[in-house]
Design a protein around this ligand. Structure first.
Ligand SMILES: Cc1ncc(COP(=O)(O)O)c(C=O)c1O
Length: 482
């Protein structure tokens, strides 16, 4: 292993700061001098390294110097053959791995409970999704992982499919049998892509579910900015041995900015070093916090903070115990209602609330006293707001009926109709609750009575719905004349 105490990009930026180069290049704020209010808000030290590419700082679009060195150190730390620093969020990493693996008309096998970035990529490249409907836990109302038998059958039914995408772990912490799925896919000649937005810590913590690279997957999109501690929007795309990294870079450059932010890039370099040197210790602490919070929340009553007891050897092959996912339905409150109460009444912002669950993100940045505050707020919410739970809608996942490919439907001639009149029509846009950003409807899917009721219920409960052209989600675009 090369020297993981190094941070080449950080060193280069510190050198540049010391050199006091006179800037006659962009950005026009010229190290913050031209925009005092911004400098006061963000700090001089931040603005002084918000610079553009130059030879000593390398170029993200064609890395041959310090960015490349930093990417090589990252690849080594993650056990990958190649790592790309990404500045367009994990969305850009997900899209690049799909665009590098399938083309127009190619089939790609995937679960339907993916993040919108996955289906967006299919709109862009014209590949055709073969959805594997995930099994669901009816008590929790959440989609589970991919069953190995379903994967085997789908590969046999679609011998021409080019790739399979696995969402591992899900937002809620559910992991699939990634090793077995990778073996099966490789035997069938498919490339294995993993959306590992919620699994950065798998590479560094002890007793973690297997990571994509350790399982032999070909590519993985990894949100360093989530559990890895880097700045929002910075992310990684990891590649295995069998992938042509030069071609992947060409694909990345189809949509990537030519002005990659050095704030984001240096945060990736510094975070990788931190995780490589202290990851075990960091994630031991996170797991300890999460375990304690889970036990205390379960002791309150009515809440269910789930964990490894869900493991069933297949569609829940493993569970990520750093995730503090809590079901709220027995309380008579939707997850989104508890989410809103926590913020509005108790000053606590959690990661998300959906119809039946909340997720509180636990990280190295947490303190004992904040965990205690969360636990006691949940206790008080139960005492003050618990109500009859008879009419609670639990299901977070509705199996879609796919009528057109996402690309064909997105670009088709369309008309706008009031939501209530959309039943039986084919949708040409996305509808999702954000977060978690898993589409309720994607372009090309049939709009059913169940989906319309779900959207209306989610709106009533206060979910933030996104996707449609009509921002209030009173109308939807549907395919014209069909
Ligand atoms: C599973 C999954 N994939 C991809 C993304 C996209 O990540 P980003 O917001 O960094 O673009 C998210 C975001 O939450 C996600 O949950």
């Amino acid at each position: 292993m090369s020297d993981q105490t190094r941070a080449p990009l950080l060193d280069a930026l510190e050198w540049m700061r010391r050199e006091r180069l006179v800037p006659f290049d962009v950005p026009g704020h010229k190290r913050g001098k031209g925009n005092p209010q911004l400098t006061e808000f963000l700090g001089e030290s931040c603005l002084s390294v918000d610079v553009n590419s130059m030879k000593p700082l390398d170029n993200l679009c064609h890395p041959v110097g310090v960015i490349r060195e930093a990417e090589e150190l990252t690849a080594e730390a993650f056990g990958a053959a190649h790592a790309f620093f990404m500045v367009g969020g994990t969305t850009s990493a997900v899209q690049a791995m799909i665009l590098a693996s399938v083309k127009s008309g190619d089939e790609i096998i995937l679960p339907r409970n993916v993040h919108q970035s996955v289906i967006n990529a299919l709109v862009l490249c014209g590949a055709v999704p073969v959805y594997l409907n995930p099994q669901t836990d009816s008590q929790l109302g959440i989609a589970l992982g991919m069953s190995v038998e379903d994967v085997r059958q789908t590969i046999a039914q679609h011998p021409g499919a080019k790739a399979i995408l696995v969402n591992n772990p899900t937002y809620y912490g559910i992991c699939s049998d990634l090793r077995r799925i990778t073996q099966l896919a490789h035997q069938g000649g498919l490339r294995v892509l993993v959306d590992e937005a919620h699994g950065t810590h798998f590479y560094f913590g002890r007793d973690m579910p297997v990571s994509a690279m350790a399982a032999g997957a070909d590519m993985a999109a990894v949100s360093m900015h989530k559990s890895g501690g880097s700045l929002t929007q910075s992310s990684l795309l990891l590649c295995g041995e069998r992938v042509n990294a030069h071609y992947v870079l060409q694909i990345i450059n189809l949509t990537q900015t030519t002005s990659g932010s050095y704030l984001l890039l240096s945060s990736l370099d510094i975070s990788r070093r931190n995780l490589a040197l202290r990851g075990e210790e960091i994630f031991d602490k996170v797991q300890r916090f999460a375990r304690y919070a889970r036990d205390e929340i379960n002791a309150i009553g009515d809440y269910y903070a789930y964990s490894k007891e869900l493991i069933n050897g297949d569609s829940v092959f493993d569970f990520d115990t750093t995730k503090l996912s809590v079901n709220t339905l027995r309380l008579g409150l939707a997850g989104i209602e508890v989410y809103d109460l926590l913020r509005d009444e108790y000053g606590i912002q959690i990661e998300f609330g959906d119809l039946g669950n909340i997720l509180a993100y636990i990280s190295v940045g947490d303190k004992n006293k904040n965990i205690e505050r969360l636990i006691s707020a949940l206790g008080e919410i139960r005492r003050l707001y618990k109500r009859d739970n008879r009419d609670m809608l639990a299901s977070e996942y509705i199996s879609p009926t796919v009528m057109r490919s996402p690309q064909a439907a997105f670009y088709a001639e369309k008309e706008s109709l009031p939501l209530a009149e959309c039943e039986g029509r084919i949708c040409s846009e996305f509808v999702m609750c954000y977060p978690p950003g898993i589409p309720v409807l994607a372009p090309g899917e049939l709009i059913t009575t169940e989906i319309v009721s779900y959207i209306q219920y989610a709106k009533e409960k206060g979910c933030v719905l996104t996707g449609p052209e009509n921002m209030e989600i009173r109308r939807l675009n549907v395919l014209k004349g069909e």
